[in-house]
Design a protein around this ligand. Sequence first.
Ligand SMILES: O=P(O)(O)OP(=O)(O)OP(=O)(O)OC[C@H]1O[C@@H](n2cnc3c(O)ncnc32)[C@H](O)[C@@H]1O
Ligand SMILES: [Mg+2]
Length: 166
Amino acid sequence: MEIIIGSKNPTKVQAVAEIFESDQVNAIEAKSKVSAQPFSDEETKQGAINRAMECRKYTTNGIGIGLEGGVMFVGDTLYLCNWGALVAEDWRIFTASGARIALPNELVESLKNGFELGEIMDDYANRKEVSTHEGTIGIFTNDLVSRKEMFAHVVKLLRGQWEYWK
Ligand SMILES: O=P(O)(O)OP(=O)(O)OP(=O)(O)OC[C@H]1O[C@@H](n2cnc3c(O)ncnc32)[C@H](O)[C@@H]1O
Ligand SMILES: [Mg+2]
């Protein structure tokens, strides 16, 4: 089975390769068609679906997967949020969300000014290319949970639903 993942970000590609270990996983740069920095559950989820759909169109009989990171307010607190979507061979859409953790208030200003979380985190944590490595979730979990691991769990939720409803 061919699985297309709609990003070349290694945290996402590796997460899919890990969960679909017996399948052929190929990566394309799919468009999320939402903001570079989604600001709600709805927008983040839509970005994942848009990417998954583009991937499904790219393969004849395979599966398309989209993974999208975003932020969202719960009350006054900004949380990291993550969504995944899987478009099956028969075009059915499955969705799942990932772990959420609170972000410090001092990040809110830069995000509202249009900077992407990945860029902000490089400065904040004094590291390089956080979004393709440990991720913001890695930083704020003291490297206990990496972005790849978090996305792998989302992909597992997608694969499990796809198998159940087959
Ligand atoms: O190439 P793509 O797939 O777009 O990879 P990306 O790192 O930009 O990932 P997303 O578009 O899914 O993420 C949307 C934004 O949220 C940021 N983001 C979300 N979760 C993150 C995390 O755990 N670590 C770093 N950045 C994160 C990311 O940098 C983007 O600015
Ligand atoms: Mg992006």
